[in-house]
Design a protein around this ligand. Structure first.
Ligand SMILES: Nc1ncnc2c1ncn2[C@@H]1O[C@H](COP(=O)(O)OP(=O)(O)O)[C@@H](O)[C@H]1O
Ligand SMILES: [Mg+2]
Length: 380
């Protein structure tokens, strides 16, 4: 006799692909229905990767046959993903479904720390996640992810990302000698960003989270022109002087036609480890008016917690290794809000970078009569 309990018991043996936790423990099983030897199972998964679905179907069928189910009906719902568009926009990493650009007005506000913890939090929710360290001036991600001594593998002129904390990672820091620096000129920046997207063997990712250099410059423009950036996240600290730069960062998203997913207010209050009492150091809640002005939300207020810094220095990110901490909880919530926004953006038609493509090579007039004229309203 098949019962709801026996079916659920069996489904607890089905691990979500890539994890040790089962689909039941993840909360992905939404409905179970039984009549005689027929079983209907509805699973709502968080990844859109086709191999995840196939693996689950096979595994669920196998397990349920063991307890005598003869007719098995499995419905798997997956996150909404961008539609294939017919636009003239560009995507040099088409296997990646969504791109998130994490930026800040200036350095030292916790942009890399936020990027690392958001990426891991998304992976902990069952998504296939990549983390690209595009901060070519200060690539800190390898240290923060605990992979600073690892060499990436090269396969037929392409580089494989390094797997850490369930996330595929690539950084200029992993490709250069330790401590080496480069003087980046415009054309080099463009080439580097394009290679980090196109010449890295990223898998079919649900989302690639990208740590940008601080400010608004060539790297940001190149990224936005090379792939359709689904959403922008802005990291700031609460002081007024930081907010001025943050406004510029948000304005850049608008100019690049990147939907803003929200602001992370980092170093927002300090929780004293001895007493648990919260103190304002840089202020708190100051980003709300800015969020309102740019018609966006606060993804999270992350307090100053010594374990956040320790986690970064030791390559043990707080969201994974101190999952009970206040910061970890807020990073998890921020990642969930970010994902909701990504789904909403895709439901509303997705993004397109056609409008920001370079129209003519530098130095060539748009009205040139030579080959490759892009058209566009030139009067003769
Ligand atoms: N919420 C936080 N609590 C404690 N330390 C933090 C927090 N956020 C960032 N830090 C620390 O502040 C420093 C700067 O952060 P980082 O992420 O490197 O900034 P950015 O990438 O913006 O330059 C790092 O040492 C980091 O560990
Ligand atoms: Mg950084």
């Amino acid at each position: 006799m098949l019962t709801r309990e026996s079916v659920e018991e069996k489904l607890k043996e089905v691990a979500y692909p890539g994890f040790t936790k089962s689909i039941v423990d993840f909360g992905f099983v939404k409905d179970i229905d039984i009549s005689d030897e027929a079983v209907y199972v509805e699973v709502d998964i968080s990844s859109s990767a086709p191999e995840v679905e196939q693996q689950l179907r096979d595994e669920i069928t196998k397990k349920l046959q063991l307890i005598g189910a003869t007719k098995i009906d499995i419905v798997i719902t997956k996150p909404k993903m961008p539609k294939q568009s017919s636009s003239q926009g560009k995507n040099i990493a088409p296997q990646v479904k969504n791109f998130v650009m994490v930026s800040s007005g200036k350095g030292g506000v916790g942009k890399s720390t936020t990027t690392v913890n958001l990426a891991i939090a998304l992976a902990m929710d069952g998504k296939k996640v990549g983390l690209l360290d595009a901060d070519i001036y200060g690539p800190n991600i390898p240290r923060m992810m605990g992979i600073e001594n690892e060499q990436p593998e090269v396969v037929a002129n392409k580089v494989k990302p390094i797997l850490s904390h369930g996330v595929e990672v690539m950084s200029m820091g992993s490709l250069m000698e330790e401590g080496q620096s480069l003087i980046w000129r415009g054309a080099m920046i463009m080439k580097a960003i394009q290679q980090l997207l196109g010449d890295i063997l990223w898998s079919d990712l649900d989302v690639l989270v990208i740590d940008m250099p601080p400010g608004t410059g060539d790297a940001q423009l190149t990224l936005a022109q090379s792939v359709p950036v689904t959403a922008g996240v802005c990291v700031t600290t609460p002081q007024k002087v930081a907010l001025d730069d943050t406004a510029r960062s948000l304005d850049m998203f608008e100019k690049l036609h990147i939907p803003i997913a929200g602001i992370v207010e980092n170093m927002s209050g300090f929780i004293c480890p001895d007493s648990g009492v919260e103190y304002d150091i840089f202020g708190k809640g100051t980003t709300a008016p800015l969020a309102e002005k740019f018609n966006t939300q606060i993804l999270g207020e992350i307090p100053i917690e010594p374990m956040v810094r320790e986690g970064g220095d030791s390559g043990k990110p707080v969201v994974f290794h101190q999952s009970g901490s206040q910061s970890a909880k807020r990073y998890r919530e921020a990642a969930q809000k970010l994902w909701q926004k990504i789904e909403q953006i895709n439901e509303e038609g997705g993004v397109d970078n056609e409008a920001i493509q370079p129209t003519t090579p530098p130095g060539v007039s748009a009205c040139s009569t030579g080959g490759g004229n892009q058209g566009g309203g030139c009067s003769h």
